[in-house]
Design a protein around this ligand. Sequence first.
Ligand SMILES: Nc1ncnc2c1ncn2[C@@H]1O[C@H](COP(=O)(O)OP(=O)(O)OP(=O)(O)O)[C@@H](O)[C@H]1O
Length: 313
Amino acid sequence: MISAHELTKRYGDKAAVDGIDFTVRPGKVTGFLGPNGAGKSTTMRMILGLDRPTSGSVTVNGHPYAESAAPLREVGALLEAHAVHPGRSALGHLRWLAASNGISHARVRQILDHVGLEGVAATRAGKFSLGMRQRLGIAAALLGDPPVVILDEPVNGLDSEGIRWVRRLCRQLADEGRTVFVSSHLMAEMSLMADHLIVIGQGTILADASMTDFMTDHAPSYVRLRTPEPADARRALARAGLNAAPVGDELRIDNVNASSVGDVLYDAGVRVHELSGVQSSLEEAFMTLTADAVEYHAHLDRSAAEPTLEGAF
Ligand SMILES: Nc1ncnc2c1ncn2[C@@H]1O[C@H](COP(=O)(O)OP(=O)(O)OP(=O)(O)O)[C@@H](O)[C@H]1O
């Protein structure tokens, strides 16, 4: 379990993390999301004692990480996939870590096998691809068989097979009763991986909810309609108490299912070319929730921008 209480980190005038409270519970994969500069890395660094809070506190299993006698056995963390000496082999790197935490050579071999690096155990890490370095970082995180696992962007640089492997690994770790805290920019991946979400923006918590509750609250379902008679359709739907909002050459109707819309249009004799129920994605929900908390906005020429449903409603 990870518990933060009024956790704050200031850099000069700027609060990178601004008095946040949260708990990351065992037995679940908790996703940590936020736009660039939101404070995710700063929070993770404070959990691991790499940054000191300006005020407030964060504990792992009831005490600050820095007070742990054998930290690798308590918390496994992947923060920076490049943090391996390039001249050291995967085996050498893990043995070096194991030595300071009283972990056996047999466990090092076992974990290399587990992450699929046994065939390159003697290869210098400097020759590793980003994906291989990522696997080595995950091996280091799991070396001490810790009850708490923190993975910052674990799927960075991995191919599809590697991404699926990380997803299954996180599920397995959570099913074993461990606390799994994962950040990722890949929303589609996060929606498959996480049971619970903590969303941070400009140093404050924007959401802390189960994936199901988060999607219910922030990712509404709606009906998308294509018709050659949009004005007639809107009038018929308005008579039934439904608002149909134009989005490009389609209509969007919130808070209703597709069959009800179809029945109204059939009764009114309005022709329908396409009618479908749509569930907003985690990415759409995240974009809406964090729209005001984005630190760096790209300025696109509107005509060059991709067509999007965002902002149309
Ligand atoms: N050492 C530092 N000195 C000054 N400002 C910092 C320092 N570290 C982080 N910040 C600032 O604190 C804020 C939060 O940064 P942080 O790296 O924690 O965000 P993040 O959510 O991890 O972002 P990203 O997704 O881009 O990695 C940003 O505005 C960043 O510029």
